[in-house]
Design a protein around this ligand. Structure first.
Ligand code: TYD
Length: 244
């Protein structure tokens, strides 16, 4: 997407019904922003802040998450986070939910010209199932191409985020933050070595798509992390300086 077209304060009203479809290039372009990082990195607390900042600039914003985001995908999330299974089953459930999420929520929102803020997406599958569990990333790449194939899209016709905000935090610090939090799910209860592999997985994904990834130093206090995030989005034309 062209950031300059995507987030002009004049390009969209706050009402999703007022935004013209992007088809034919007439309406505002949707923008797809994902949030990634190991458990405990603090990404979730910034999603609503960014949604508020974008809405204050007149954008329609859809906040969603993976695994999940649709009734079907939320059921798959419950299975994925709660039931023991092998890594291929994990990957298949993650991508099955993603398919439904793309078809029912993400693509329609982008077609309306909305901004989609998604808490985790395919990079998490490469980081958790690929690097964390050691599952074959070639298979993940095949599933990625199948599930994210989007007819009519420019380039390789694979739907990818326009920008990925990567909250990078050393696993030892994440473990301290997670300790004493609510009851851990199947991933949060993994040992630190697992998160070290997941962190390496994110670093590898970031290195393979440097134009899409923005690395945020998540060791800093919340306001400083927000400042990094807002600066990065303003620099790319996704947020006006005033909101940043
Ligand atoms: P998370 O996004 O951290 O939600 P919450 O803040 O509610 O805990 O939790 C989702 C978990 O699912 C997280 O541990 C990463 C994992 N996950 C995968 O293993 N594979 C995936 O493809 C996705 C999207 C998430």
């Amino acid at each position: 997407m062209n950031p300059a077209m995507g987030l002009s304060p004049h390009s969209s009203s706050a009402s999703s019904t007022a935004a013209a479809p992007a088809a034919g290039g007439a309406g505002p372009q949707g923008v797809f922003i994902t949030f990634e990082g190991i458990d405990g990195a603090g990404k979730s607390s910034h999603i609503e802040s960014l949604a508020a900042a974008l809405r204050s600039q007149g954008r329609s914003v859809v906040v969603t998450r993976e695994p999940g985001g649709t009734p079907l995908a939320e059921k798959l999330r419950t299975l994925l986070l709660g039931d023991a299974m092998d890594p291929l089953t994990e990957a298949l459930l993650a991508f099955a939910g993603r398919r439904d999420h793309l078809r029912c929520v993400i693509e329609p929102a982008l077609a309306r010209g909305d901004v989609v803020l998604c808490d985790r997406f395919t990079d998490a599958t490469f980081a958790y199932q690929g690097a964390g569990r050691g599952f074959d990333t070639e298979v993940l790449s095949i599933l990625e191409r199948m599930v994210q194939a989007t007819p009519g899209l420019a380039g390789d016709s694979i739907r990818n985020p326009d920008i990925t905000l990567w909250f990078d935090l050393p696993p030892a610090e994440a473990a301290v933050r997670l300790a004493g939090a609510r009851a851990p799910d199947r991933f949060e209860s993994q040992p630190e070595a697992f998160f070290a592999r997941v962190a390496d997985g994110y670093a590898a994904r970031a290195a393979s798509a440097p134009g899409r990834f923005v690395r945020l130093d998540a060791r800093q206090e919340r306001a400083a992390v927000w400042a990094q995030l807002a600066h990065a989005l303003a620099e790319r034309g996704y947020l006006t300086r005033a909101a940043a």
